[in-house]
Design a protein around this ligand. Structure first.
Ligand code: ADP
Length: 382
């Protein structure tokens, strides 16, 4: 922010006003007295001469007051503004996220007390932040360990359930198969949850690596849409690719990670749309970027949920009553993947009228496009 009226200017004006206004008033009285009284005694010419002399004296005193006021204003403002600018600089650095700031306090007056309070406050904020970071680290570690531990038994369960369902251990009666199918679906969603938890933990720990190569987004989206058609049909939802998905749009991407990102968005569009609805995937290419849109005719997103949607574990008020399965991790992971590709993600939504998610990627010729740079650099970008 720019300083418009400096402390020096304010002090200077105040001191000059304090010195000069009373002098100006008293000199006006003096001139009036000289003119009336002295002229009577000494004559008009002599009185004029005396008034001129007094005027010169006053002018010199004005000049003196002016110089003293300038000097005093400079000294006072320097005394206050110097510690203030140190404090301002410290506050600015805290605003930029540097909590290691400490100001040197060498005064015992009010400004010194302010400096002490400031250092205490920063120290306490730093302690709280350190504690929160430690809690967050332990939480991530716990999630990671728990998810790892769950992975093996869930895989064994999956293998065992499929062995029974497929009849490897003998024919299974229809009534039992139905129950086993339900168990297999529940098992699959548990495995998905574990994968999401592991991905979120890896993102937080900076271990979510990328291998970039040239990807034709048109071809890639075609495959994703074909895979998702079965899920959509199972829910009686029409999943279509817009006609404008033609030609080629080459980006630098990691197909495994892109697959997670697009799956999350298309799965959500299907999940949060009632039977009979539509999900349409479109694409727009510009000179340096390509934007994919996923539009659904679903339940929409409430305005109060919009700002927190990409936060970890956040599920909107729109779905809490729907009893659909979900973890609130999909959009968090998706956003991280998109950002690591140098892209952007946003959405438009109207409650009960549907939602459109947009994902924009730089094309390979664009300066923003990620190249095969080191894993650490990408971790830093998250
Ligand atoms: P979840 O596992 O709950 O789907 P996500 O992170 O994928 O977690 O999504 C977070 C929340 O965003 C969802 O719980 C839902 O409230 C909202 N949401 C995401 N996509 C849509 C959509 N297409 N339509 C309506 N709500 C959506």
């Amino acid at each position: 922010m720019k300083i418009r009226h400096s402390l020096f200017f304010r002090f200077f004006l105040t001191l000059v006003a304090l010195g000069i206004i009373p002098m100006a008033i008293s000199s006006a009285f003096l001139v009036a007295t000289y003119q009336v009284r002295v002229a009577d005694v000494l004559g008009h010419d002599r009185a004029q001469e005396l008034i001129l002399k007094a005027g010169i004296q006053f002018l010199l005193i004005f000049l003196f007051v002016f110089i003293i006021a300038t000097f005093a204003a400079f000294m006072i403002s320097r005394n206050i503004s110097k510690p203030l600018s140190v404090l301002t600089d410290a506050v600015r650095r805290i605003g930029e996220g540097n909590l290691k700031v400490k100001i040197r306090v060498y005064r015992k007056d009010e400004i010194g007390v302010l400096g002490d309070f400031f250092n205490d406050m920063v120290g306490r904020i730093r302690e709280t932040q350190d504690r929160q970071e430690e809690i967050s680290r332990l939480k991530t570690e716990f999630i990671s360990v728990a998810a790892h531990q769950l992975r093996t038994p869930l895989s064994v369960m999956k293998w065992a359930l499929h062995a029974v369902i497929d009849g490897d251990l003998g024919k299974v009666p229809k009534s039992q198969k139905e129950i086993l199918d339900k168990a297999a679906i529940a098992n699959e969603s548990m495995i998905n949850l574990v994968h999401n938890l592991l991905d979120a933990a890896r993102i937080e720990e900076g271990r979510f690596g990328y291998t970039f190569k040239h990807v034709d987004l048109v071809e890639f989206l075609g495959k994703v849409i074909t895979e998702k058609k079965i899920f959509a049909e199972g829910k009686s939802i029409t999943l279509v690719a817009n006609k404008n998905i033609t030609g080629s749009a080459i980006i630098n991407g990691d197909t495994d990670r892109l697959s997670i990102a697009f799956s999350n968005i298309i799965d959500n569009a299907i999940k949060y749309t009632a039977a009979g609805g539509t999900v349409e995937v479109g694409m727009q290419t510009a000179e340096s970027a390509v934007t994919v849109s996923i539009r659904d005719s679903g339940i929409g997103i409430a305005p109060e949920d919009k700002s927190r949607l990409f936060t970890k574990f956040y599920r909107g008020s729109n779905v809490v009553h729907m009893e659909t399965e979900g973890t609130g991790l999909g959009l968090f992971i998706t956003k991280n993947i998109v950002l690591s590709h140098g892209g952007e993600i946003w959405f438009n939504s109207e409650k009960a009228h549907g939602t459109t998610f947009f994902i924009k990627f730089p094309k390979i010729s664009s300066p923003k496009s990620p190249t095969n740079i080191s894993f650490e650099s990408f971790v830093g970008a998250i």
